[in-house]
Design a protein around this ligand. Structure first.
Ligand SMILES: [Zn+2]
Length: 492
């Protein structure tokens, strides 16, 4: 099935194919590790995860490279305020990032590239830019990109840069829209700052040159797809294009994907508005990692997502439906044979699901046929019109749904446990929802023991004890279900 994805560069929904006929080479801008990731960052990483999982589900090979910006203005400022080296300072946030993406079931890219480990490559690129007159050195020893040397500047963000001032410079990594200026490639060392002694002087790279150098190092001069949050389109991606294409005279990436940022309760997320959430904030409030994943991917990447707690509750309920249904099929016994109505429903659901994702990754439209299939199947099971072959067919659709959405298997205990341990280590115990402590107080083994004791008590007609155990478990967030196949329990 052809896969189409909106391309910021062409302004069209273009076919996405591996240009070398083998594997799709993609680069995604990774985190700047100066703080914990917030849900806006994770929406971007999750949508890129949806893309890579769908490409793989479609049989495509993927070579995905992601950078880690472990040197930049903020890291330098914060680390010196904390009296730490930039390596010491960023280490905890690098670790936190990998923990967080694991919690959200975001697959690790094939290649992770840390900026501080690729300095020679960046220096080399600055030298090449200097050789062709596209870079110049200032009196303080910094290097700048000469915007006038790249007439195509602005082609990605479609900015009108006619008012641009020739030779005006900006030395910060991030800057306001409409202030397109010569930007820093290399910043001369300031006293006390981490720096590298190189052929172009003593200093450290600017943010933009990192991505140009590392993407081309691993993926070649031209690769298939470059992805990132919409806030990176200008100036970051525009600058990457200018730096790379000035040297190679080839397109840096054929396809550019930008994920829109989210709103929280209809407003821009900001610390001062009190609506700023990291992943950890939400886990400590008692929301499951799977629900956060589903809430952040269910709105297609090009649409603004309005993040609300009602939305998280809706995602929690949707996952409950998926898991209950999956359990019903996995553990139930069905008579041999098949119901043609279910067979057709399964085939259609699968086709609609794949078609929606192939159409610019429409995750909302992809979800709908799966829930329709669950309804149809549940009705058929209730009426005794569901057979072994139906079970196989419907489970296959669920598996293909979960290859991308990845929320059916319950792996929610671990992220919550980790978040609580982190809160305890960092003096944030007060932020842990009280019911989470209660839930964590029982291990799986302890629950099994209590459930067995309850079964024995019932057998001996000691109903008072049986009820007491049931209530104790409910209080600690464990639900017991008695069925004809025995007793099952699960955490709320
Ligand atoms: Zn980047």
């Amino acid at each position: 099935m052809p896969i189409r994805l909106f391309n910021t560069l062409t302004g069209e929904v273009d076919l996405l194919v591996p240009s070398d006929g083998a594997s799709l080479r993609m680069y995604a801008c990774g985190p700047t590790v100066y703080d914990y990731g917030h849900i806006g960052n994770f929406r971007t990483f999750l949508q890129i995860d949806v893309l890579r999982r769908f490409l793989k589900l479609s049989g495509m090979q993927v070579r995905h490279v992601m950078n880690i910006t472990d040197v930049d203005d903020k890291i330098i400022r914060n680390s010196s305020a904390a009296g730490l080296s930039i390596g010491e300072y960023s280490a905890r946030y690098v670790e936190a990032f990998f923990e967080d993406i694991e919690s959200l079931r975001i697959q690790k890219p094939e290649q992770i590239a840390r900026a501080t480990e690729h300095i020679p490559r960046m220096v080399d690129l600055v030298q090449k830019l200097s050789d062709i007159g596209a870079a110049y050195k200032t009196d303080d020893g910094s290097w700048y990109f000469r915007l006038a040397a790249f007439p195509e500047y602005g082609k990605l963000s479609k900015k009108d840069l006619s008012g641009m001032e020739d030779g005006a410079r900006v030395d910060v990594d991030e800057y306001e829209k409409d202030s397109a200026r010569d930007f820093a490639l290399w910043k001369a060392a300031k006293p006390g700052e981490t720096s590298w002694d190189t052929a172009i002087g003593c200093g450290r790279p600017g943010w933009h040159i990192e991505c140009s150098a590392m993407s081309m190092e691993y993926l070649g001069d031209t690769f298939d797809l470059h992805a990132g949050g919409e806030d990176l389109m200008f100036p970051h991606h525009e600058n990457e294009i200018a730096q790379s294409e000035s040297v190679t005279h080839k397109p840096l990436a054929l396809h550019w994907m930008h994920v829109r940022f989210l709103l929280v309760d209809g407003r821009k997320m900001s610390k001062s508005e009190g609506n700023f959430y990291t992943l950890r904030d939400l886990l400590l409030k008692g929301y499951k990692a799977s629900a956060i994943r589903l809430a952040l991917i269910s709105v297609p990447y090009r649409h603004q997502l309005n993040f609300t707690f009602e939305g998280l509750t809706e995602a929690t309920n949707a996952i409950e439906r998926l898991r209950n249904f999956n359990d019903r099929l996995a553990k139930g016994a069905f008579p041999a044979g098949e119901n043609p109505e279910i067979q057709t429903a399964a085939t259609e659901a699968q086709a609609k699901y794949l078609a929606a994702l192939a159409n610019d990754l429409n995750t909302a439209e992809a979800r709908a046929p799966i829930f329709d299939l669950i309804r149809t199947s549940n009705t058929a099971i209730d009426q005794g019109r569901f057979f072994e072959n139906d079970r196989v067919a419907v489970l296959a659709v669920l598996a293909s749904f979960d290859a991308v959405f990845d929320v059916i298997e319950d792996r929610d205990a671990e992220p919550t446990k980790r978040a609580i341990a982190w809160a305890e280590q960092s003096g944030r115990q007060a932020d842990v929802a009280p019911e989470l402590f209660a839930r964590q107080s029982l291990s799986d083994e302890a629950i099994d023991t209590l459930v067995a004791e309850r079964t024995t008590a019932k057998k001996h007609r000691n109903f008072a004890r049986a009820d007491q155990i049931r209530n104790e478990l409910i209080e600690k967030g464990v639900i017991i279900e008695d069925s004809k196949d025995g007793v099952r329990w699960k955490r709320k």
